[in-house]
Design a protein around this ligand. Sequence first.
Ligand code: HEM
Length: 359
Amino acid sequence: MTVKQIDKVKTPKFIQQIESTLKPMEFLERCVQDYGELFFTNSFGNLETLVVSHPQDLQELFNPTNKILDAPGDANKIFTAHIGENSLMVQDGLRHQRQRQLMMPPFHGEKMLNYGQQICEITQQATQHLKSGETFIARHLSEEITMNIILKVVFGINEELSFAKLKNLMTTWLGLTSSPLSASILLLPSLQKDVGAWSPWGKYIRLRKQIDEQLMAEIVKCRQQQQQSSRFDILSLLVAAKYEDGEAMSDIEVRDNLLTLLNAGHETTANAIAWALYWIHQQPEVYARVLQELQSLNTPDPMKIAGLPYLTAVCQETLRIHPIVFFTFPRITIRSVNLRGYHVASGTYVTPCIYLTHR
Ligand code: HEM
């Protein structure tokens, strides 16, 4: 069998980075048209990566018995300004596994029941000022909801002053990188120059420092309250959790993982909710069916809401059309592999493209 060669995107690296930042969908769709469903790109920081989207290739790569992929924490280093150097996202191997084991339990089982109740209350508070017939911007509303959830459910902040201060800091900080153009200060190290408090990077790192300080104060407070309080927010569970050797996460590890949950959980869910509202609003028959299904519940029990089949389908279809996060984190091949006749060498960085697969 002849081995087929995988094409590289031919435009210069700099142009690829600009195109993929400003017009990611157009860039990806053009690449598939020009090079097919496997191609090398230079659009991620300094890495040359293989973009994979064919379901058969993904199945081959991710089948655990094949042992083809590793997840190198180094490949996510470009995010350290956002999530800190101790975040589980930039770890690999044993350290990643250890942190992951500590971070998972709060997101499962009975804990979620409690969080579901809080999430319903926060949503009701955020929506109660909406008036029938009045236009509102769905993304502003969903951002308000998800930010309040992070502050209350994840960080466990109930004290009004601290809540308002951290909310203001985090909203301003995340706002600095919320457009594709401004986000390039995170992706392009050449733009990360602190030339004073008014420069984009200067502003960014000063706000991050203030957020760090306030998060540290919350962690210290949480450790002090550990014995006598009945807190069940995610921060309190992280502070109480122990590795297998009986050690707890250090304060800096906890802080960086709080930043990680903020960055991973706020805008992603806010955008997903906004898109869901968009599609439901666009299609009156979908709206009517969602409403009918919700009204069939006598009480708004969050676990029952989460189990509704039609609503689940609407959420899944929304995430299929708009995957929110276009790529998984980069992986690296630890042995060579043949993908539909194409040879992929050992040591190749691979970035599965969720967007292209869904489309
Ligand atoms: C619509 C919402 C969301 C989407 C589309 C999304 C998508 C993703 C994707 C694609 C990854 C990379 C997975 C990989 O490469 O293996 C990821 C990782 C991660 N996400 Fe989410 N996510 C969402 C919501 C959340 C929320 C609400 C949280 C927590 C509050 C969260 C926490 C994380 C963490 C901690 C990781 C890193 C896991 C690890 O390194 O082991 N995500 N997410």
